[in-house]
Design a protein around this ligand. Structure first.
Ligand SMILES: [Zn+2]
Length: 492
């Protein structure tokens, strides 16, 4: 019999026969581990990694029993473990105690997962290499978009339920019965094999699709298995910030399990509040609706120099029209993105409103100007005077100027009369300047405006002359307030 043991590396040998190796393993599994623990503890026993000993001409059991005392005093920094396998795939390492193993087996069996435990003895630096249990391969059903899996569930019906929930959450609240609702892109259910921790509950999966940026718990299945391990001496495990898109999900060995118990509804409202990330699926909805739309009446504004600037008087009241519109409304994830009018029916035509808009700033501002820019000679003032052999009353002022001198409007106004006056003014212009004030320009040779026309202060309205009762060319200028002649001097 030759003995090779590890601990002193120069003693290492190679195990050339794999079948012997397998036999050894089977044997190990039959051993009452507790009773052997004392002796095995001190052996660096790693059958699946690199064989570290050769048993020649004997069985492993014999080796173990006989070797107990031999190695005990040399190695005390290694521990007994169980390597965990499922269908030949290594998934992790757990402490070697019956409670851990039976607890895990029981939990796994509940999910039809077959675990194999292979005792090993090795040194593990600091923490357990337990996290890989979460990569237990499992049959899963993905919700996929255009062939790419987005999230995994544990059954086809769960995946369909996720799709329904997401669709329902993303359609507009009030849609007509004839509305068309569909996902943007091809949404399907795909079967695949993934690590058990990637499989989410229906609620978590729907929530993830609606708000991928939010933290949520992993599936109940992986949590249960992990909890079982934890309850029986395994490390604490963190399940958060879980991203189903990660190919291998690993948990920090020293963290704690935290499982969110939010219901779907609670999570949805939370997700809505956060809304930091866009849903992974898009629901397009479109509907054609008939709408009655009020059409505002047009307004026609007429400038009125007789009215003070800033005043508006409604001359004819407008009336709104009514149009019946057929509109196609398109929504993306419940948000209206386009609204197109397909056809219009005028039910009632609008009636134009007519408004009289005052433009007269003169009275309010007190700014009147001189009617003859080129001459300031007053040849006859306002008041009683002797003319044509008798006394009379001169109702305005005369300003001396040659025939053809430009005459300007002394303020804003509307032309009331322009042309021949048979009362002695000859060719004249009468302006209504608003606020009860009229201005008169007499004895002209020519007018440049016509009745009804709006004129601005300073605008040339005609040319001086000598028409009517005159002794020579001049402008006769007068101001009437509420129909009575007044002295124009204060308005000059
Ligand atoms: Zn005069």
């Amino acid at each position: 019999m030759r003995w090779f043991r590890r601990g002193n590396r120069q003693w290492q040998g190679a195990l050339g026969d794999p079948s012997l190796h397998q036999k050894l393993l089977r044997l190990i599994n039959k051993i009452n581990w507790q009773s052997m623990k004392k002796s095995v503890q001190e052996i660096d026993w790693t059958p699946y990694k690199q064989p570290r000993f050769i048993v020649a001409g004997s069985t492993a059991a014999t080796f173990l029993v006989l070797s107990g005392g031999f190695v005990s005093s040399h190695i005390n920094h290694t521990k007994a473990w169980n390597e965990v396998f499922t269908n030949g795939t290594y998934v992790g390492l757990v402490p070697s105690n019956n409670a851990t193993i039976s607890g895990m087996k029981r939990t796994a069996a509940g999910y039809n997962i077959n675990l194999q435990f292979v005792p090993v003895h090795k040194q593990v630096a600091g923490s357990y290499d337990w996290q890989r249990v979460t990569t237990l391969p499992e049959k899963a059903y993905a919700v996929a978009l255009n062939g790419s899996p987005l999230v995994y569930t544990n059954s086809p019906s769960a995946a369909q339920k996720v799709i329904r929930q997401v669709k329902q959450a993303l359609v507009p609240k009030h849609l007509s019965a004839t509305a068309q609702v569909q996902f943007s892109g091809a949404v399907s259910v795909q079967q695949s094999i993934v690590g058990v921790a990637q499989i989410l509950s229906t609620q978590a999966a729907a929530l993830y699709l609606l708000n991928p940026g939010q933290n949520f718990s992993t599936s109940s299945r992986s949590v249960n298995i992990l909890s079982a391990a934890r309850a029986h001496g395994g490390p604490n495990i963190q399940v958060s910030n879980f991203s189903p898109s990660a190919s291998v999900h690993e948990f920090p060995a020293s963290a704690k399990v935290s499982v969110t118990t939010d219901t779907f509804a609670q999570s949805r409202s939370k997700a809505a509040k956060q809304s930091t990330s866009q849903p992974l699926l898009t629901v397009d909805a479109s509907e054609v609706v008939q709408k009655q739309v009020n059409v505002k009446y047009p307004v026609k504004r007429i400038k009125d120099a007789r009215a003070a600037a800033g005043t508006v008087k409604v001359v004819a009241k407008g009336q709104s029209g009514v149009v019946s519109e057929k509109v196609r409304q398109v929504y993306k994830n419940g948000k209206l993105v386009s609204s197109k009018v397909l056809s219009k029916d005028v039910l009632k035509k609008p009636v134009t409103q007519v408004e009289d808009v005052g433009t007269n700033r003169g009275i309010a501002a007190g700014n009147w100007i001189w009617p003859v820019p080129s001459s300031h000679i007053i040849t006859s003032g306002y008041g009683p005077r002797y003319l044509f052999g008798r006394w009379g009353f001169h109702p305005g002022i005369d300003i001396g100027c040659p025939v053809g001198t430009p005459i300007v409007a002394t303020n804003d106004g509307v032309v009331e009369d322009a042309g021949w006056n048979s009362g002695g003014y000859g060719i004249w212009i009468k302006l209504n300047n608003g606020h009860g004030i009229e201005t008169v320009y007499g004895h002209l040779s020519k007018v440049k405006v016509h009745p009804g026309e709006t004129v601005a202060k300073g605008q040339v309205i005609g040319y001086s002359g000598a028409t009517g009762f005159v002794t020579g060319p001049h402008l006769h200028y007068e101001i009437r307030k509420n129909g009575q002649h007044i002295n124009p001097q204060p308005y000059m």
